[in-house]
Write a protein that binds this ligand. Structure first.
Ligand code: UT7
Length: 328
């Protein structure tokens, strides 16, 4: 028995900000952004929408593709660092309400860009334990709302969007589903990627923070080094403990943070770059939404078939990391 993805959906806002537009806002250029990150543009949430609205759009598609009624969902996991409220209440509860799903459990998880990878494994555990039958896992970010648009170190990197998956039990014995996941964290690095103000440590009503602490801050070089190292660990671990080689994989779906991080992983592991599915040019880094948006794009382009073996690889704030091995 496995827990399998029954349906997947994604949503990105229509509004796009190009690198050229950004270069009118901060001291940057299309050439710098493309050559240092591979990013060409980013989708930005409409002024009258919020995180839960994007989550709902992606979820409706996932539920429809799963061929179930939304009332069958008994648990909702929302992975986000930019929820409707600052954790209180969870965005998952707002999503439950907007989808009109009564009584389903609903919780947010904060695992940064690794959130969707974590969410899939948590859903697998709930399903295989028999505790839940249908679990909705969403990775969603409205990072534009917590980004410092005057800080060129971060504002060129991120975008908004959502990806959602409905998981359920596969008893057919065909092996399709989540085969294995590898999850971890290097908590000592928690200060390298964070939003400092607003929690119990620096409450909004205190005066112990600067204006820039209201936004995402990142030690880019430190996170870059971590990302290059950890991608290698994730891919090697999942291959080794499942007794497979990279040739057995149809595709690797990496977190889309920086094309140079993906190229470094490919080169260190001696894996052809074509094995990695890359959509960073179009969407930029959508954090917890990046992996489901990428899998969805792969499916829409006809590059993901039933029975394919794929491996996800993510890293992010925490510093968290993880990957899933999935028979599609
Ligand atoms: O998903 C969450 C995890 N986040 C990440 O994975 C991000 C990981 N880090 C990175 O991807 C890269 O470190 C960055 C893209 C953030 C930065 O790229 P880099 O090649 O490491 O640049 P750098 O920080 O070494 O800066 C190189 C130069 C500096 O100028 P000097 O000191 O050489 O004169 C920066 O001031 O580039 C400058 N710079 C910029 N120039 C134009 C930094 N940001 C920009 C910018 N436009 N936006």
């Amino acid at each position: 028995m496995t827990a399998e993805i029954l349906g997947l959906g994604a949503y990105v806002p229509e509004r796009i900000i190009t690198n050229e537009e950004l270069s009118e806002m901060v001291d940057t250029s299309d050439e710098w952004i493309r050559s240092h990150t591979g990013i060409g543009k980013r989708h930005i949430i409409a002024d009258d929408k919020t995180t839960s609205d994007m989550a709902v759009e992606a979820s409706k598609i996932a539920i429809e593709k799963a061929g179930i009624d939304s009332s069958e969902i008994d648990f909702i996991i929302v992975a986000t660092a930019s929820g409707d409220y600052s954790n209180f209440p969870s965005t998952a509860c707002v999503v439950q309400s907007k989808l009109g799903i009564r009584n389903a459990g609903a919780v947010d998880i904060g695992a940064g860009c690794t959130g969707f990878v974590y969410g899939l494994e948590m859903a697998r555990g709930l399903i295989l334990s028999g505790s839940m039958k249908k679990v909705l896992v969403i990775g969603v970010e409205a990072l534009s709302r917590i980004m410092n648009w005057k800080d060129r170190d971060t504002c060129v990197l991120f975008g908004d969007g959502a990806g959602a998956a409905v998981l359920g039990l596969n008893e057919s014995g065909d092996g399709r589903g989540i085969i294995d996941s590898f999850l971890g964290a290097e908590g000592d690095g928690f200060e390298h990627l964070m939003r400092k103000a607003g929690g119990a440590k620096h409450p909004f009503h205190s005066n112990e923070y600067q204006e820039e602490d209201l936004y995402i801050s990142m030690n880019g070089r430190r996170v870059y080094g971590f990302a290059v190292k950890i991608n290698e660990t994730i891919i090697n671990t999942l291959l080794q403990r499942n007794n497979i080689t990279v040739d057995d994989l149809d595709r690797i779906v990496p977190h889309q943070a920086n094309i140079r991080i993906i190229q470094a992983a490919a080169s260190r592991l001696n894996i052809p770059i074509e094995k990695f599915f890359i959509v960073i040019e179009e969407y930029a880094n959508t954090s917890a939404a990046s992996i489901p948006i990428a899998i969805n794009a792969m499916q829409e382009r006809g590059e993901l078939k039933k029975g394919d073996l794929i491996l996800t690889s993510g890293f992010g704030a925490g510093l968290t990391y993880g990957g899933n091995l999935i028979r599609w």
